[in-house]
Design a protein around this ligand. Sequence first.
Ligand code: ADP
Length: 485
Amino acid sequence: GKTFTLPTGLFINNEFVKAASGAKVTSINPTNEEEICSVEAAGPEDIDKAVAAARAALNHESWRDMPGSERGLLMFRLADLVEKNKEVLATIETWDNGKPYGDALNGDLQEVIDCLRYYAGWADKLHGQTIPTTPLKFAYTLRQPMGVCAQIIPWNYPLGMAAWKLGPALACGNTVVLKPAEQTPLSILYFATLLVEAGFPPGVVNITNGYGKDAGQALASHLGVDKIAFTGSTATGKHIMKTASINMKAVTLETGGKSPLIVFPEADIDQAAKWAHLGIMSNMGQICTATSRILVHESIHDDFIARFKEAIKSTSKVGDPFASDTYQGPQVTKAQYDKILSFVESGTSEGATLTSGGKPCPLNGKGYFIEPTIFTKVKPDMKIFREEIFGPFGVIVPFKDEEEAIRMANDSTYGLGGAVFSQNIEQAHRVAARIESGTVWINSSQDSDIHVPFGGFKQSGLGRELGEAGLAAYSQTKAVHVNMG
Ligand code: ADP
């Protein structure tokens, strides 16, 4: 019932402004393929302005020298405002991204609120150490902000990923230029109005919508940016890392995955099937940690497939993301939808068996909807086993013994997540220790918690977000040596 206005400008110095570039980016609602609105798209000149605003705000006594407790209060106020506006923010997110409204409201928005509060609590608890060195000397350490931080956000959890990055950056006293994904800028722009309402000084957070190759590239190569944090594809992550070397920016990367989920004969098979379904079908499979490679012991393989198909039938209702019984909305864009369907073709032509789904399922002839899809008889050299698909698309592969399961699980250039299903605790922990990934779930999948560090092994990323590790990524240590002699 509440009416609201969608801001469409660039957000610089606490004001919405037009882009000097003259460019725009159009948001499409993936449910009905209709245009929602166009927003300003930043070019290099706009990025210069945003970085200058962030630099000025950093050096102004109101931010860098603000006591942590005051910064924390601003963040608590922001979290309260997000809570007050969470229905509006979730609605915008569902329009722009297509995710089920209930997930946006109770999942994404709740996590944004919790994350801002968690890091607000840290803002006045950051301190260094005192280190005795020789009898007449000692040293102490100061934790200082990195400076101006660029944050490049993906489209799968627009506000969620923004909060993961803004929380620790602000707690540590940095200023920020944040670039939403061009596909999903709208919820973050509305969030900007709450920054002003909470009382953040101008320039502390700037939001520069725009395309990766323009706004993103300008941020990664900008000499005025001290740190860059990115979540997105591995290819773009590598490119940003290379570009960021121009002035040796600190870099945090959260990139792709092709995470394994191993089901041992000792597992509770119903439990495994339920989590395996969630691990690949939730958020339309658009999750970097999606457990998309399901490895099942040969003795329970057929039984597991039957139960997985049952889980699809009983749970995976595809439809209007605003309907309360919808589990799966549309894919975010036509490009993603086409990409997923091309993997259906490649799986079939490589000789795997399409066991479930694989077809578009539009709503009234519109929308980027795809049936929950499962391939079996998949071999480790097939593209559908090796490449990240980012859709409701899982592959199921049999294994003979624990060694083979671990070998197949680790047979990937990625290392983001992994899941182990076994009621044998020794086996579960033994295998968890050997999976090459930044996160392992025992008897679940996709649990994430703001208190726990998150990040990738191998080509799934660099550095950690969330928990205390998130603070380390947004502060630098200075050692001061004192001579008393
Ligand atoms: P996807 O292919 O799924 O869209 P990307 O990794 O390309 O994933 O996008 C994630 C984020 O990275 C988006 O905000 C996008 O605009 C940004 N991005 C894309 N290309 C570049 C680039 N060359 N430099 C900086 N940012 C980029």
